[in-house]
Design a protein around this ligand. Sequence first.
Ligand SMILES: Nc1ncnc2c1ncn2[C@@H]1O[C@H](COP(=O)(O)OP(=O)(O)OP(=O)(O)O)[C@@H](O)[C@H]1O
Length: 904
Amino acid sequence: MMAQYLEIKAQAPDCLLFYRMGDFYELFFEDAVKAAEALDITLTKRGQHLGQDIPMAGVPVHSADSYLARLIQHRFKVAVCEQTEDPAEAKKRGSKAVVRREIVRLVTPGTLTEDALLDARANNYLAALARVRDAWSLAWADMSTGELSVQPVEPATLAATLAQLAPGELLVPDDSGWTQGAGGASGAGGDDAGAPPAGGLEAAEAAGTAITREPAARFASDAGERRLTRLFDVATTAGFGDLSRADLAALGALLGYLEDTQKGRLPRLTAPRRCDPAGTMLIDAATRRNLELDRTLAGERRGSLLAEIDKTVTGAGARAMARRLAAPLTDAEAINRRLDAVEFFVDDADRRADLRGLLRQAPDLERALARLSVGRGGPRDLAAVRDALAAARAIRARLAPADHDLDRLPSDLSAAQQGLAALGPDDSLSTLLDSALVAEPPVLARDGGFVAPGYDAALDDHRRLRDESRRLIAGLEADYRQETGIQSLKIKHNNVLGFHVDVTARHAEALLAPPLNARFIHRQTLANNVRFTTTDLADLARKIAEAGDRALAMEQEIFQRLSDAVLDAGLALTAIAEALAALDVATALADLAQTRRWVRPIVDDSLAFGIEGGRHPVVEAALIAQGAARFVANDCDLRRDRRLWLVTGPNMAGKSTFLRQNALIAVLAQMGGFVPADAAHIGVVDRLFSRVGASDDLAHGRSTFMVEMVETAAILNQAGERALVILDEIGRGTATYDGLSIAWATVEHLHDLNRARALFATHYHELTVLKERLDALALRAMGVKEYDGELIFLHEVVQGAADRSYGIQVAKLAGLPPPVIERARQVLAQLEASSTGPTALVNDLPLFQAMAAAQAASEPATHPAAGAHPVLDTLAETDPDSLTPRAALDLLYELKRLAGDQHS
Ligand SMILES: Nc1ncnc2c1ncn2[C@@H]1O[C@H](COP(=O)(O)OP(=O)(O)OP(=O)(O)O)[C@@H](O)[C@H]1O
């Protein structure tokens, strides 16, 4: 057995091997150690290999899914190895023969289909990145829904595209692939442009994508082309649009990997859709994170924009909603088509409520279909198809009851109505499934019992025989009781003996003695019971078993036929599933718009950005939920001649909220939804950038300030006229003058070179003088009032600049000790009075005064701060914000040493 194990393990060296033994999947050697740790299960040992104990760990087959889910979360891949023959067959080869086993599937983060392993409301993508010469392409598939797409990418926008897709797993060529040009025969001879910018893959990995490196040969474009033509049974790939060599390479690698992991059984996939990168608003990972689009900064779904707006009632609808939010459109016409659909349902609340009621009853058609296509489906998946089709019929009838209603529907909805009718007028698949399946079938086909009575006459015959025999057994039991006079005699069934006569020990003697022992043959004596069989019973049992087996075999055949019928209708079913999801999204967005009183934005190709009475959807909802103060709505107008707003105001006054709400309104509008405002006019935004709040990226050894500068650099290098830029407190993380200078230059660059629509929040009031030179710069401030020494936030955006920072008042609100507040007031007053800036004040600071006095006593000081003491020298040269944690610790040791030297 170990020899077999090692042979199979060698086929999947980078996976944990789930080796099937009876009712368990066992893991051995290193695999066992890793799995035991990740799953917190017992590590045992079994036998020896090369004189060493073999570590072993196991999980029960019936609960394997939950263990698989956890291993996948830990970024493991798992090879599932099953017994592929009956142990009885193996025995025929000799008593020591090992049952044949094979890997039937590799489970990897990007290739999941089981509901237990998937989030019903999110897509799980497998993606592949390829490069042929200078062209890059990203292909992706959701195996659980069959979606297959490909899109050219630029190295500069790779990170943003990956952030939009957030794949569970990304295939890239191993290192040789990048330098070779990754094109295989036809694509070879690349110019060694090298690997993708490291940031792209790194950011994806940090966001939870598992990176899988595959041999470069996998990414050969000509092999990819062959795979595609074979899979879709076409002579050429021309029908899929204008696929580049890089597209073919990426698609080919993706399909090859799928084939590998599914052991040849490819999932049902739609023909590849080629997406236009210019078709969606580019939003890089940092911006997504900062705006908390689908996750909060703390990494939770609750509190994100998606959680706030997602009112869909089906899994497929929720996935479509998440996709739309991740990729807002840039084509004003397409956006308006979506808005028409939402408006239609805002205006017709009855129809909307009815449709949502019907949608709630529609099971997840896409995922049922996908499981059936890889042979992991069961009778419930067939029932899901049946019920989804019934829901689709009812929805069609409610959406547009008569043909002429179709003309009155907005175009996206009439497209959905047509999608729902994809099976044609004589929908034979529904008829078939309706007649063939029982109302609530069991999970596993193996157990039978899912084919409806009356569907197949032969099956009914066998079942009758089986049930008839059961009645005969009951009759036999009554006969035996009569014959023996033992009223407690029972005919029972278990897996070892099959049917048998069971009496208590007290009654057994009568059966063991003549004359009854001629009929009752002893089989087993237990403590309290004794068991017998009879020839009549054995005959009957055989008949029952045969009838049962035959019925079961017929059900398996029927299952296969029904499955095939469903898969044959795959294209039509995909169209229906998409239509259902689109209707779910449109009605959900309409529901949201109406309950929150959101409005339809005007979206066009202008460069307008005019929001009246805008609100932050998440903050507003939180305030309502807390029953706290009302959210104060604010206008924003970034038209051409005032496209750059400099927003000043104290901390906590609502600057960040205001900045973010405008970005979110743009995202909502371009995903085709209504927006939280009284009115909105948005000229399409092609890229959204935000640099909001400070966050360390210690994992990558970058300090707060470094992260801030990297993100700012990306904005200044990439933002064009059509971009929307949100910058919050640039330069805060470094020394005051450095920060001010950086902020200053950034504003000038944004204004003169990027010319993007932008909101720039800052504490540096000095920047407001730029207004005199930069004509498209407008000054706004967050309104506050001081009342009785207390600060009151009005949360209102007003014209002009804030008069001062009120930092000390806010600190007081936060509960800083009164002496600190008092001292801070004194320092501030002196700083404001002094014309030479903070350095002239250093000697006044009590801490330094004390040190300077001590210093003066020992030696003459050349400079009040620097040169006073090696420790102070070192400190003066240190910029804490640019230190890594490691360097900070080293510095501390150094300071301690210097202090020690001085004393000794
Ligand atoms: N328009 C508004 N209406 C009502 N409450 C608001 C509004 N804007 C912000 N708030 C409240 O004020 C709090 C602080 O807002 P925000 O974080 O935007 O302030 P800030 O000026 O950016 O502060 P900091 O500079 O400290 O980051 C929010 O959490 C919210 O509760």
